[in-house]
Design a protein around this ligand. Structure first.
Ligand code: MRU
Length: 381
């Protein structure tokens, strides 16, 4: 990819999806593996990471090589399938994967779903090989379901935008990364923007850089560029002035966990956007598959927010630096010994959320009963 930039002067193929799939199962002669696109290297390099066991995948998840709620669910399920296929302890693998990161509920959902498929197969008399096949089938099913959910969310989300803002020309602000890199399909919030773009109704995608790990700058801008969208990158702190200038028609974000009361945990910086949106009377729309809703978490205060290492804040972390001719690793930007506050997510209360878009449709206003009904309809209770 770095060469391609250099040779073409930044003329990137408008495909809308990464050239290398975010995740894939492979069966070379040495045995089954799970191959993930290493997102820490984007946009400079499209490099795959091959996981031969659950601990390797846990490491890839913790370091954000594979990330984003729906993809974490898919990865969790395949990770359990990998353990089963290679004859490792499936329950141990499921436990370690489910706990690799605490906030995105999809991760535990995917791991536990695959684990349940394995248990069911064994209790139905399957031998180890057949149980492993059943586990892989469960992972593949989740992968395919997520792709279908993504398509439906995009359609429901665009219909909502058109209803809220007849006439098109949508100027959408988004935060973090929610496209094909985090999904079996084209993503959540980004998939809506992509559909608007393809329909000729996206005027601009405003991309928050998303401190401290720059998922917006590195990944969303990469996906937007590949899709040929009109997009502009801004520092997270610049969003306020953009609202004040009347340049934002709607905020579209994904979610890592939606509690039973409609509280939304998403990448840190989402809540300030919701407050800004309310002040400026701009719709704040959350797009997420039903697998992100967790009725077992009653409210926002019960959502565990992942706290990450302080060096991600005290150093400028540029994991892709080699692609730009610099050494990888953090460059200190604060005095040595500085303490940092580094929550990976924040929680937006339901009263600030205009709508939650799932594959089941649009929920607005966001209510406890409405959310429970969405889950019941989808079979996820
Ligand atoms: O820490 P990350 O990069 O995994 O955080 C991802 C996000 O916050 C995304 O916005 C969220 O998972 C929604 S993905 C559709």
């Amino acid at each position: 990819m770095a060469d391609q930039y250099a040779q073409s002067g930044g003329d990137i193929r408008p495909t809308g999806t990464p050239a290398i799939p975010a995740i894939r199962w492979d069966e070379p002669p040495e045995g089954p593996v799970l191959v993930v696109l290493d997102q820490t290297r984007l946009p400079g390099e499209e490099v795959e990471r091959v996981c031969t066991d659950a601990p390797a995948l846990v490491e890839a998840i913790r370091t954000l090589a594979v990330r984003g709620a729906p993809l974490l669910g898919i990865a969790g399920a395949y990770g359990v399938a990998l353990a089963a296929a290679r004859g490792f302890d499936v329950d141990e693998a499921a436990d370690s994967l489910a706990g690799a990161r605490p906030t995105a509920v999809n991760l535990a959902y995917g791991a536990r779903r695959a684990q349940a498929a394995h248990r069911t197969a064994l209790s139905n008399g399957a031998d180890d090989a057949a149980a492993a096949r059943a586990t892989l089938q469960a992972a593949r099913a989740l992968h395919a379901e997520d792709a279908r959910a993504s398509e439906k969310m995009a359609a429901h989300g665009l219909a909502l935008l058109d209803e809220l803002m007849p006439g098109g020309g949508h100027r959408i602000l988004t935060h973090c990364n929610t496209g094909a890199l985090v999904s079996g399909g084209e993503g959540t919030a980004f998939a809506v923007a992509l559909k608007a773009h393809r329909a000729g109704r996206l005027r601009r995608l405003w991309v928050d850089e998303t401190r401290p790990l720059l998922q917006g700058a590195r990944l969303t801008a990469y996906e937007a560029a590949r899709s040929g969208m009109a997009y502009t990158l801004l520092t997270d702190n610049a969003a306020g002035s953009l609202f004040a200038a009347g340049e934002v028609d709607a905020v579209l974000i994904g979610a890592d966990r939606i509690a039973a009361d409609g509280s939304v945990a998403n990448k840190v910086g989402s809540y300030p956007l919701a407050v800004l949106a309310r002040y400026h009377r701009v719709p704040f729309i959350v797009v997420a598959p039903v697998t992100t809703v967790d009725l077992g978490t009653p409210n926002g205060a019960s959502i565990e927010v992942e706290q990450r290492a302080g060096h991600e804040v005290t150093e400028a972390v540029v994991p892709l630096a080699p692609a730009f001719g610099r050494e990888a690793g953090g460059v200190p930007v604060a005095p040595l010994g500085t303490q940092a506050y580094n929550p990976a997510f924040d929680v937006t209360p339901p009263e600030l959320v205009t709508a939650i878009v799932t594959e089941e449709g649009v929920l607005s206003p966001v209510t406890v009963d409405g959310l429970a009904e969405v889950c019941a309809r989808s079979g996820r209770v």
